[in-house]
Design a protein around this ligand. Sequence first.
Ligand SMILES: [Cu+2]
Length: 250
Amino acid sequence: MKTRRVLFSLILMITTFTLTAATARGDESDFLKTFRKAYDVNIGIKKVIEEHRDLVPGEIEELLEDSHSEKLTPEQRAEKQYIAETMARVYKDVTGDISFLIEVKREIFNSRLHSPVRGAAVKGINIISMPRATDNEKNIFTPDNLIINAGEWVKWENNAGEAHIFSSMPLIGKQVLFTPSIKPDETWIQRFSEPGEYFYFCFIHSSMVGKITVLPKDKELVIEKKGAVGAEHEQFETHDGGEEHGSKGE
Ligand SMILES: [Cu+2]
C-alpha cells in the first residue's frame, strides 16, 4: 500500500515537472530557440560523422584542396574552410583524433598570409613592422610570413598609434610567443633557436596574423656571424639573457 502511494506521488511529480517544462518551453526567448535549434543540428552532425567516420578524413582533404581553387570568391573559400573545420572538430569529438583539426587550422591560417619572404637579417636580427593603421589599411604585421634560420632574432617594431599584444596560435605550431602589451614606439625582440613553424596573432586586432618559419642553421649564416658581427651578436645575447624569451625595448 505504502509502495503504491510513493509510486503514485512519483508519477504525479514527473507529470507536473513535464507539464511545467512544456509551458516554460513555449515562453522561450527567440535567442534560446535559435540556440536550441543550432544545438540539435550539432547533434545531427555528430550522428552523421559517427556513421561515416571512415569517409571524413578524405572529405576534409578534398575540401581543403578545393579551397585552394583560384576560381573561388573569398566567401566561397571561407565557407569550404568553415565546413572542413566543423567536420574536423566533430571528428575529433567522436574519435579523439585531433590531427585533422590541427591540419585544417594550419591551412586556414596559411591562407591568410602573403607569400613567404626570407628575412634580411642584419646582425642576426630580422625586423617585423606593425605600421600605423589608416582608413584603408588595417593593423598588420609586415612581413607577415617570414623565413629565418635557427638562432636568429626577430624584432617587432610597433610603429602604430596603438598597443598590440600577440601570442602563439593555440594548437598549431610551436608555442613560444607570449608578449605583454607593446605600446607605440616600443619593440619586442625574441630569438628562435628551434627549427619549426611559429604561428601567432594579435589579441586586440583580428587582422593581425603572422608566421615565422625557422629553418635549421645554414652554413652561410654561421660564417656571417664570425668576427665583429658575431661578437656584437654574442654580447647582445648575453645582455638579453634569454634563449627564446622575448624582451621589450624602445
Ligand atoms: Cu594589434
